[in-house]
Design a protein around this ligand. Sequence first.
Ligand code: NAP
Length: 508
Amino acid sequence: MQIPRSDERHRNLIGGEWRPPSTGEHEPCLNPADTREVIGLWPRSGAADAKAAVDAAAKAFPDWSRTPGPERGRILGRAHQILKAKIDLLAEALCREEGKTLSESRGEVMKGLNLLEFYSGEGFRTHGKTLPSETRQSLMLTLRQPVGPVTLITPWNFPFAIPVWKTAPALVAGCTVVLKPASLTPVCTHLLAEALVEAGLPPGVINVVTGPGGAIGNALVDDPRIRAVSFTGSNSVGLKLYERAARRGIKVTCEMGGKNPVIVDSDADLDEAIVDTIYSAFGYQGQKCSACSRLIVLEENYDRVVKRLVEAAASLRVGNPEEPGITVGPVIDETAYRRMLETIETGKKEATLAFQGEAPPEGFFVPPTIFTDVKPHMLLSCEEIFGPVLSVLKVRDLAEAIQVANDTDYALTAGFFSRSPANIERVKAELVAGNVYINRSCTGAVVGRHPFGGFKMSGGGTKAGGGDYLLQFMVPRVVTENIMRHGFAPDTTPEFREPFGAAMAERD
Ligand code: NAP
């Protein structure tokens, strides 16, 4: 396992073989901090490759679905050990493919490893139950069975952790997988697949097809052999996938955008609130789905908060994420870079520019930016910007703060800083978000302890990093059997006869 060289042509993993794309086309993965650096050439696959991957997943499904859970768990456990020995290499690869600082990249690798270990353990747990019978003659069982081959589609902003959060539960549930990473960040997904193959995953159980979502997405979703789709990404793509998958009546999970609010109460500890808000809003350039993008401050505290926020933001250092001391790297690509600069220009017309940092002129570096006097109806308040831009809103009291925080189509993460136990209880009950964080940063969910995911336009309420996530890859069946036997009828099928026959032969 190594970081790809610039001229290395990569392949898709289909049916246990690394195959070149049928199109014969590749495209470079560029380091967003320095686009002169190419991190390998990646398949620009077409629909034929998608179909071949589904063929392989469908062929491998019967055996894999019958493999005992502990055996599936053991293979994931071996992959975990293989990747654990490569933490530094993975962190470096992430830093270069997605522009995350080295320390944040290491955090993502650790998160991916924790997910792999967690779901490996799930293979050893039971996932059905015996229901109490209403009569002495009946036995009732709930059996959870793998749904079938599944398609997993992942975004660029966590190119190691999100492929793990989908692949590991799908595999341990007994599904075979076709995984499509984001075109911009294929590197770490391939390193993950390599480790799973090395760990002993049979051919066809995991298939990886790299290529443009617009060209291969439909083939991966519409194929009748695919029985569930799990997607993380933008609302525009996710909502279309919901529609397509719903037409076929298959399971679909979409984890989408956010417009995450953090409320600062009038008695909040600002030493905590400012540091954690700077981290939540500008860590990984504001490109975490959980990032804080609206800071809602009670008027009593407003001036103090803005002053300290701006002073703290001035300490952010923008530059090459591989350099120690850099806290803000580049945004992912030129499209994102241009969109964000335009958003900042629009913001200047509707609100007050309270802070703008400095950014290197080359590369996709967007200066960290804070707007104040932002009102709830403004674009800055309503649209997911997905970059280092923070909007500050002033409110009269906690009731208005909660109302403004909840007044969004999204419900992913939300935060609250306060020293008032009564206010904390109120916010716990009333703040509408999948993950609510009190007196801490609103990013950085811990695997197993803060299962992560939103609802409303942020998703369907599935929680990655928790046991429930397996359910989207399983179908429940209830079997009710009348176990009263009237006389003994010896079974004559070979499976039942042979063991007895063999035992008898040995004894004789
Ligand atoms: P995106 O543009 O929607 O892409 C996501 C994935 O969908 C990529 O692999 C993309 O492929 C693929 N895709 C594009 N068009 C498709 C189609 N027609 N059919 C099937 N697949 C298609 O999203 P993104 O820009 O990568 O990710 C950023 C978004 O993800 C943000 O909105 C963020 O909030 C959200 N997100 C949410 C969560 C959460 O847990 N809720 C977590 C992380 C990110 P290509 O790369 O080839 O275009």
